[in-house]
Write a protein that binds this ligand. Structure first.
Ligand code: DGJ
Length: 732
């Protein structure tokens, strides 16, 4: 890994063993893109890549009379000069003009990576990464711009973000400040997005790119289950095992935009950042705005390798603290077992049985506080309900501890019910537009987290509960999108700041918890996977993946999630059947076989399953304890897509490739067909692995494939719905 500055040609080359990222200063003094992709040789001067000629009907620079931005690839383009593509940023000056032209002034190259103020971001020590900061200036606007690039040593990854500063005396308005633009010289790509909705999150969807734009966005104030802030751009032939692909992941949890734009001269422009819609950030003299970070990975080794890159990077350089790379406790959450209908006796009854099964952590979900017996009231009143818990959270937590389990609980700090003491006392603390009704979502309103005093107050209330009880885990929920977004605290000119300030408020609160209670394991949640993004992982290393706990649907949801997020982050539980959301019946084996490729836990009352099932649960927990490190942190391979087949398959391989765990799931029966073979991955070719008592060479399993009838000829040949197999492979 290195970052080279060729001062004669004014060119930068950021490279590591796998990738090169090359750019240079153009005849106009701004930054132009030269190359991003598989590593190539460094060369003093590659400026031949620039097009220094006009074409009919193309606007050119008046000084050079031959250079058009439209015919060249930019690093961080603006609109209004000679490029008509979508711009990465826009600044409105006090005189109403919106044309910008930043030119190169200086740069700094250093080892390691700086943190982003108040924002989540990947981190790296001096051996792990190098950073380049390029300083540009627009004299007319009296603004400076810093483009910040980090290249990682071990990963084919570049991170990018930018910072604007107003050096003038007049207020300027940033009306668009995306984090990244990547212009590529070729449009033969497909765009892959992960769309969905509540209970059907992150469905991979692929579109061929052609002239025009494709984009996804969120305007909900959260990243959302509808569109995930992670996209892949890949060659049409790229699959899980081969081919070129680029992934872009936004380390941010609010409104976003991700876009691919093909112009009619062959340029593909990729953009990602805070959604410019509803965003305006006024900058007074001396003030700066720093955008969140985008992580960009490139590979020519297929989508599994691309995903593994994100998994490893996020496990090693995004997740922080006590739970980094640490196998996650097996938990039991009472939500689907009781909803809000419980008291201490009922909770302890569930907890005792959980302990008997081997569960390590008991999680008390929604309903423990205020007057919260249904979802119409209580949010905002973070004080234990004495009718349910006479000795408070502390009393219950100690009793759970005495059983031999850790204790955790649920919160939804960003929300308030109209029927709550908090709202009665502070009706002005919600996001609400003057003169308009406030829409409800799950009967609740959104607190104005752009205001410090609101965040402080919520922190104070929750801190008391946490300090008084032995708390090991917190599930932080968020159950609605933001509407009527307006903050009474801000002036008319500042209303475009609210969405982002809200997110900063959420991050600020998370950070306070993290600092004051560093051992607590946080799990983020937003009606399941409504805020499943890299930003959240910086604070909460795991996320409740979906409220849909049906094992068969979960195969798809977890499969889709695996493209951009590590298995260690996927909150996955075994719940009761018939399933609450789908009504489907699946065996306890299949439910666990899916959940074990995740953080693993239970979401049911173990008193209410059969004795045989309970015996199986005990075995599942033993299996998980023995194998969770591998399952959660091993190298994960998608083998067969549940979106294209009736059977899905995936596996994890240990870093030393001596052990692997394979999962096969029959989602729909295949009557009167041969089960066939499935090619495994990631094994050592010349090592023999033992699987179900038989030995196979790694190459045999990878290139001939595993004969599925070997798992269970009877079941597979007769093709039962919803059966599944999880098998261990061990090097002999
Ligand atoms: C939505 C979450 O996704 C559920 O797991 C549960 O915590 C409920 N909220 C509680 O209200």
């Amino acid at each position: 890994m290195d970052i080279i500055w060729h001062s004669k040609s004014k060119q930068y080359n950021l490279y590591n063993d796998k990738i090169s990222y090359i750019m240079g200063i153009t005849p106009l003094g701004d930054l132009g893109s030269i190359y991003f992709g598989k590593r190539i040789h460094d060369k003093e001067d590659m400026s031949y890549v620039l097009n220094r000629f006009g074409l009919p009907n193309v606007a050119v620079d008046p000084d050079t009379e031959s250079y058009s931005m439209e015919l060249n690839r930019q690093e961080y383009p603006s609109f209004g000069i000679t490029d008509f593509g979508t711009q990465a940023y826009e600044i409105e000056l006090a005189n109403g003009s919106r044309v910008s032209a930043f030119v190169y002034r200086d740069h700094k190259i250093f080892k390691g990576k700086h943190a982003l103020k108040g924002l989540p971001a990947t981190y790296a020590d001096v051996n792990e990464a190098m950073t380049l900061e390029i300083y540009l200036e627009d004299e007319t606007a009296r603004m400076s711009l810093t483009l910040i690039y980090t290249i990682f040593d071990k990963y084919p990854v570049i991170t990018r973000h930018v910072k604007f500063t107003n050096n003038g005396t007049e207020i300027t308005k940033l009306t668009r400040a995306l984090s990244v633009c990547i212009d590529l010289p070729n449009q033969d790509y497909e765009w892959m997005q992960f769309s969905g909705a509540w209970a059907r999150e992150r469905v991979p969807e692929v579109k061929k790119l052609s002239a025009g734009s494709v984009s996804i966005e969120s305007k909900r104030g959260i990243s959302s289950a509808n569109q995930n802030p992670f996209v892949i751009v890949k060659r049409p032939k790229t699959d899980d095992f081969s081919g070129e692909a680029m992934g872009m992941s936004f380390v941010y949890s609010g409104n976003f935009l991700a876009q691919a734009e093909c112009d009619t001269f062959g340029r593909l422009r990729l953009l990602m950042g805070i959604n410019p819609d509803r965003f305006t950030w006024p900058l007074k003299k001396g003030e700066s705005f720093e955008t969140p970070e985008v992580v960009i990975a490139f590979t020519d080794e297929g989508l599994n390798y691309l995903s593994q890159t994100f998994h490893d990077l996020y496990n090693n350089n995004l997740v922080r603290g006590r739970w980094k790379n640490t196998p996650r406790p097996i938990l039991l959450n009472n939500w689907e077992a009781t909803f809000m209908d419980f008291d201490e006796d009922r909770i302890l009854e569930i907890a005792k049985k959980a302990k008997e099964a081997g569960v390590e952590l008991f999680v008390l979900d929604d309903g423990w506080f205020g007057n919260r017996n249904d979802d119409y009231s209580g949010l905002g009143d973070w004080i234990e309900n004495p009718d349910k818990f006479p000795q408070g959270m502390a009393g219950l937590a100690r009793k759970v501890n005495a059983l031999g389990m850790k204790f955790g609980f649920w919160i939804e700090p960003e929300m308030v019910n109209p029927d709550s003491n908090l709202f009665r006392r502070h009706p002005e603390w919600i996001l609400a537009t003057p003169g308009r009704k406030s829409s409800l979502g799950r009967h609740q309103l959104v607190l104005d987290f752009s205001r410090e005093e609101v965040v402080d107050y919520i922190y104070g209330m929750l801190k008391k509960v946490i300090e008084n009880a032995p708390i090991s885990y917190i599930k932080w929920d968020m159950n609605r999108s933001l509407t009527e977004v307006y903050s009474t605290e801000l002036s008319a000119d500042e209303q475009g700041m609210v969405y982002h300030k809200y997110v900063m408020g959420v991050y600020g609160l998370y950070e306070r918890f993290r600092i004051d209670f560093p051992d607590i394991l946080f799990e983020s949640c937003s009606s399941g996977g409504n805020r499943y993004d890299a930003g959240m992982l910086y604070y909460a290393p795991q996320a409740w993946c979906s409220d849909n706990t049906d094992a068969i649907d979960r195969i798809r949801i977890q499969y889709g999630t695996s493209f951009g997020y590590p298995i260690s982050s996927i909150g996955a539980h075994v719940s009761a059947v018939p399933n609450q959301q789908t009504g489907r019946n699946t065996s306890i084996t299949t439910r666990a076989n899916v959940a074990c490729f995740g953080t693993f836990g239970y979401e049911l009352d173990l008193n209410r399953i059969s004795d045989e099932e309970f015996e199986e649960v005990k075995k599942q927990i033993i299996f998980m304890k023995e194998n969770r490190e591998l399952l959660q942190f091993g190298t994960f391979y998608r083998l067969r897509s549940p979106y294209k087949n009736d059977q899905a398959a995936w596996m994890v391989v240990s870093k030393d490739r001596k052990k692997a765990i394979f999962g096969l799931y029959c989602m729909r029966s295949n009557v009167n067909q041969l089960p066939g073979f499935i090619k495994l991955a990631g094994l050592k070719e010349d090592v023999k692995y033992k699987l179900k008592g038989e030995e196979y060479y790694g190459d045999e399993l990878m290139y001939l494939g595993l004969k599925l009838a070997k798992l269970s000829s009877k079941a597979l040949a007769t093709g039962q719905d919803f059966i599944s197999y999880v098998e261990i492979l061990e090097a002999v």
